[in-house]
Design a protein around this ligand. Sequence first.
Ligand code: PHE
Length: 451
Amino acid sequence: MSSNRDGFTSTFGVLVATLGSAVGLGNIWKFPYMTGTNGGASFLIVYILATLLVALPVMITEIMLGRASRANAVTAFEKLAPKSQKFWPVIGYMGLISAVLILAFYTGVAGWIFAYIFKSISGSINNTDPASANAAFGALVSNPLQALFWQWLVLAWAGAIIMLGVAKGIEAATKKLMPILFLLLILLCIRSLTLPGAMEGVKFLFSPDFSKISATVILTAVGLAFFKLSVGMGTMLTYGSYFRNEQNIPLTATRVMLADLSVSLLAGLAIFPAVFSFGFEPAAGPSLVFMTIPAVFASMPFGQFFMALFFVLAAIAATGAILSILEVPVAMLSERFSFSRKQATVISIGVIGLCGIPATLSMSVTADWKLFGLNPFDLFDYISSNILLPLGGILICLFVGWVYGLPQLQKQLSNDGTLNNGWVIKAVFMLVRYITPALILVIMLKGLGLF
Ligand code: PHE
């Protein structure tokens, strides 16, 4: 690999960019709606366990593989696996498929967020009534041309940023805005928690009903944990390849995980009290955030201004995640074939734009195109989060636990012996060698109804 390979320019920049990949629509949109449809507090507990025992170890080892190889997700396994084992780059190719599937629906949802910036400015969603919130959301997503317009706008915007390159584009975009999003979420929580009847929402989020846990719910929580920390498909590996040699990988990953979890919890605390106070439906699904957040803002002073600001920041958070997913195909195409970064970006966006059409039209034209009972939007989400990411996670664990081995892991995670990460490394090794892959396997087989 050439020595002028682009990379992150500071330790803080690494943390922010990695956080920029993790924090996104997963926190603001997916986490609340899935917690709502899967039973509240009990789902939250399973989700946190899945994050600690499954997603975090995968995150640490994935970043490590990227930095050790300084390459994209396919080339990394070619470099690190013994010459006789030709199988491992499959992880990278699976990641490529996940990247396309995820972006096909993710950019559609990001498009709704962009549209909501303008709706907040115009004042058309500035009310607390469930029926009109539902109507406003429905009017946007069920109009094929509007929905596609916003999705393509998002794709064009992300493409433009990625063409500026890793350090300049991604770091600059994410560094400044995360703290503001955090503050705004805290403001939302305060308002939401002081609404009449808010305690119902807090109870929903924190007092578990374990009868709501099933194999499907557990698989959903594991899938969300992978999706949240951007692991199992080579995103963190690709970002790891831009990490600096002196970066403490386990510490960075743990910090990102904690910050990410706090954002999700804040989003939950902003949304569920309002859901119960205004009489929304907690199990509304993907529309949940788009109905409740405007209602909370509408019930506070200067609400319209804060609402617009919130959707701007949500759009930026979504952009950070989109850029990190796009980086998977872009790095792969430009490093493995003789495409320039610009060409690689245009090709990736073209393919994603095409696959995005059926996903985005799932609320209108393609609503009845069902496979396994799921429309294209839900299907792409299901295949990526519940099958491909966990499968990628199993393979990454097995690779590190059984092929790459403890001595190499020790060398990498201690930065050649300069860090004192002794017990952490042993714990990570035991997890990825035995516990994590076995857990994922059992959960997948059970959750998919295979035994
Ligand atoms: N973690 C991102 C989010 O929660 C989504 C994502 C998934 C990003 C997979 C990269 C890879 O919004």
